[in-house]
Design a protein around this ligand. Structure first.
Ligand code: AMP
Ligand code: MG
Length: 311
């Protein structure tokens, strides 16, 4: 998936710790081989290569679960969340390398090959099948697969008898019970890279998941404008509102996807969308010269009173 994972756990013996960690890593590595678009032979990449052939492709258990969840989120978000953005993300990656915006023609072509309704799903007996409607489509699970992998690895840890753990991957994390004597895992949130950023918060979290999406680490700077790796599927180009979205909910897959979806939906529609899925959200953004902050009622910690204080 092109990102580092990190695991902290408590176990009664070193052997239990090592076995549990190895089992968790091996599940993540298995999922990488299925869901990654960086791996040319992953099940996902092979599925993308069938696009436009008119073939219904049988899906393995993991890929079908992720694609079904993605499909529901796309429908609910009116297409703001969309795993068919692969061609648009590829343009963004090239733009970042070459420091040059893609041409209108290239953007239009990428938009033509994107759209969540171009992935059709159906049930066939006990399993699922997918059909990718247009030739040249490229699925990208970058906003949901790491969350799914975290949930699955957490399940493995629990099966191995490990209850106290913190597992993170690319800024998203899932927590089990807290470290001994603590009320939760201490997580620093709201690290937004502008001087006028709201005060960072330390959250104490247990038995839940947290995901962040933003352009702090992944961005292309062209002509003084900052384009995020999060694409607005309606425009076919990276978001330019410079945002940091933090989501908390029990499922890491959902938190992962929601953080990206809310980044696209923005502060007007994003919080309701997150609430509809039972998640808490904190949005910090700087679309122009001032920093804006929005948070759901149940998000831990107080919003910074405006005007923003410097840290
Ligand atoms: P995250 O870091 O979880 O916000 O995921 C961002 C990644 O998801 C990007 O690097 C792309 O691979 C992919 N992506 C970008 N825009 C979208 C979108 N609108 N819907 C779904 N996935 C996206
Ligand atoms: Mg995400």
């Amino acid at each position: 998936m092109g990102l580092p994972f990190r695991l902290v756990l408590y176990a009664t013996t070193p052997a239990l710790a090592t076995n549990a960690a190895e089992a968790a890593w091996s599940r993540i590595s298995e999922l990488n081989g299925i869901l990654s678009d960086y791996e040319p032979e992953s099940e996902l990449s092979r599925l993308s290569r069938t696009s436009g052939s008119g073939t219904w492709v049988p899906l393995g258990h993991d890929l079908s679960r992720v694609l079904i969840a993605a499909n529901t989120l796309s429908r609910d978000s009116n297409g703001a969340f969309d795993v068919t953005v692969g061609p648009e993300v590829a343009l963004w990656k090239r733009a970042r390398r070459q420091r040059e915006l893609p041409s209108k023609t290239a953007i239009n072509e990428a938009r033509r090959l994107s759209g969540w309704t171009l992935v059709e799903l159906r049930q066939n007996g006990g399993s699922h099948e997918a059909l990718l409607v247009k030739s040249g489509m490229r699925l990208d699970l970058g906003a949901i697969a790491k969350g799914y992998a975290l949930d699955e690895a957490a399940l493995v840890l629990r099966q191995q008898g490990i209850q106290r753990f913190l597992l993170s991957g690319g800024g998203d994390m899932v927590m089990g019970d807290p470290p001994p004597g603590q009320i939760g895992w201490r997580i620093e949130a709201g690290v937004f890279d502008t001087p006028e950023a709201p005060t960072r918060r330390f959250l104490h979290l247990a038995k839940t998941a947290l995901a962040t999406s933003g352009d702090s680490f992944q961005r292309a700077e062209i002509g003084g404008i900052r384009y995020s790796h999060i694409v607005d599927p309606r425009k076919g180009i990276g978001m330019t509102d410079h945002s940091l979205v933090t989501v908390i909910c029990p499922s890491a897959m959902l938190a992962d996807a929601l953080s990206t979806a809310v980044s696209v939906l923005g502060p007007t529609d994003g919080p309701d969308f997150a609430a509809h899925h039972g998640a808490e959200v904190w949005i910090i953004r700087k679309p122009a010269s001032t920093v804006e902050e929005t948070q759901s009622a149940g998000f831990p910690g107080e919003p910074t009173p405006f005007p923003n204080q410097r840290r």
